[in-house]
Ligand binder design. Sequence first.
Ligand SMILES: [Zn+2]
Length: 232
Amino acid sequence: VTRDRARWGWFCDFDGTISENDMIREIMLHFVPEQTAPLIERVNRRELSVRAGVEAMFACIPSRWFDDVRAFAIRQTRIRDGFGLFVEAVTGSGHLLAVTSGGFDFFVEPALAPWRDKLTVYCNRIDASGEFLRVIWPHPCDAACRADCGLCKPSILRRHKPELAKAIVIGDGVTDYQAARLADFVFARSRLLDECRRQGLPHAPFDTFHDILAALDKPAHESVMKEEEHRP
Ligand SMILES: [Zn+2]
């Protein structure tokens, strides 16, 4: 098996990437805006870890509202253009396509249902058995990560990397940056794009998944994804 035929791993964020909007933010601002707006600000200013912030936000929502929260989130999700074609192209070539989402199964799974058998999905869960919603984190930080991510994207990438010829990250936010640093190439938009530029990571901007497909279709010598020189 030559290097360019070997399996690549694509690690794709959900909120703000596959979904055009950020569902946790929309849920909070719809159901509990007064309590959670300051928490969102503190997470953005990095005074609070993502894990601690998201736990505190969901703890503001009574469990008896959960059916409404779920219905609202499913209704609000808008899938970015070209995602279906992108799934077919990547998984049709035998590559791994993992959705790494700091979001929750109750809106991620319904949104991905049309392609679910082709994808590996990492996301969080909600326990609605108590008085208020409680977050369950099935994919926490490994020993090499001190960021208190909640769902730890760099840990997931590290675990898969030995089996992959190349790792590619697609994302938009600050939570994607630590995984992007471990990747061979990054497709970025929004704040992740600023960070990739600032830190000089190998990257290309994207607006829709058609842009990523176009980058893959270019001849190897002009592709942003060209293979590095083979060393003897
Ligand atoms: Zn982490």
